[in-house]
Design a protein around this ligand. Structure first.
Ligand code: SF4
Length: 305
């Protein structure tokens, strides 16, 4: 029997999530909000492609399908350079996710995705694609951050093993072990969370009036813990902000961009970014801008004193 195809974009996802996404009864409804987010991503990608064209940079092969072992996917495009073809991948995300990315490095699912594309595209073109230009548009500020990301054969190998593993899981049909903890961001934003962890789903008939929780096991303690955590977080942010002021003042007064202290190296640099001008976009294309400014609903946990 032929192995089922895996989407390249799902290589870094939890195997349980990939397996659950194949169950017909669990197909998530695409809400208008989700559809708008996807459309917005495509719109930003095409605007960025147009901006590059104005700068004299042409993106070839948009949405070209490439194969990688049992996986398949569509690239955003590639650039022709004197050093050979370079994969072009355009993402858009919030400032929060981008800050996490800058701090922790490229997320695993994106590393797998671009390595699979580089490898698949090399085979198609018959010319080695040895790097990827990743551009991330910050949807909050409109800035564009760009990296040239070299191909690492060990990541290609890991991605290929992952693709084979996921294909095996799909063929087997059983639900693999959960790969993430309930509190992880992967689980928090997983559309199959209630199927994976039915014990945590909010019942549709949950009472909306305020119940007395005095006798609930551990509930009061958890509230105190949550509030203490929030206070620590605020205090930590203030401490870090004050420390940042001291560090930049000292580096400036010593005319230094790098300093070593107690085994730590403090680096201070000017980061150059290209800004996606959201205000100009709003002015020039008000009809499209307004179309994407629809109200959305979300859930949140809040404690009021
Ligand atoms: S809720 Fe978490 S563990 Fe479960 S399928 Fe989703 S990502 Fe995987």
């Amino acid at each position: 029997m032929e192995k089922p195809l895996i989407r390249v974009s799902s290589l870094g996802l939890c195997a349980a999530r990939v397996a659950l996404s194949r169950r017909p009864e669990l197909q998530p409804q695409i809400t208008p909000e989700a559809q708008r987010r996807m459309d917005l991503g495509h719109l930003i990608e095409s605007l960025r492609r147009r901006e590059l064209r104005r700068e004299g940079v042409r993106v070839y092969g948009p949405q070209r399908e490439v194969a990688f072992g049992p996986a398949t996917g569509h690239i955003d495009g590639y650039l022709k350079t004197p050093g050979g073809p370079v994969l072009w991948e355009c993402k858009s995300t919030t400032s929060f996710s981008l800050a996490k990315w800058m701090k922790e490095g490229i997320p695993r699912h994106i590393a797998f995705q671009v390595h699979a594309y580089m490898e698949g595209l090399s085979l198609q073109l018959g010319d080695a694609v040895s790097s990827c230009r990743i551009e991330v548009v910050d949807r909050t500020s409109g800035e564009v951050h760009s990296w040239l990301y070299p191909k690492d054969p060990s990541v290609v190998e890991a991605a290929l093993q992952r693709a084979e593993f996921l294909a095996g899981v799909m063929e087997d049909g059983t639900l693999p072990e959960r790969e993430f903890e309930a509190g992880s961001s992967e689980c928090k934003y997983c559309p199959f969370r209630s199927a994976c962890r039915p014990e945590e789903a909010v019942p549709e008939d949950a009472a909306t009036d305020c119940l007395d929780a005095d006798g609930w096991d551990g509930f009061g303690d958890a509230v105190q813990l949550y509030l203490a955590g929030q206070e620590l977080k605020e205090e930590g942010e203030q401490l870090a902000s004050r420390a940042r002021e001291t560090l930049t003042d000292q580096l400036r007064s010593h005319a230094a961009s790098k300093a070593r202290v107690r085994g730590n190296v403090v680096l201070w640099s000017q980061v150059e970014t290209t800004r996606f001008d959201g205000k100009a976009f709003q002015k020039d294309r008000p009809e499209i801008y307004t179309e994407f400014l629809k109200p959305s609903t979300y859930t949140r946990l809040e404690i009021r004193r």
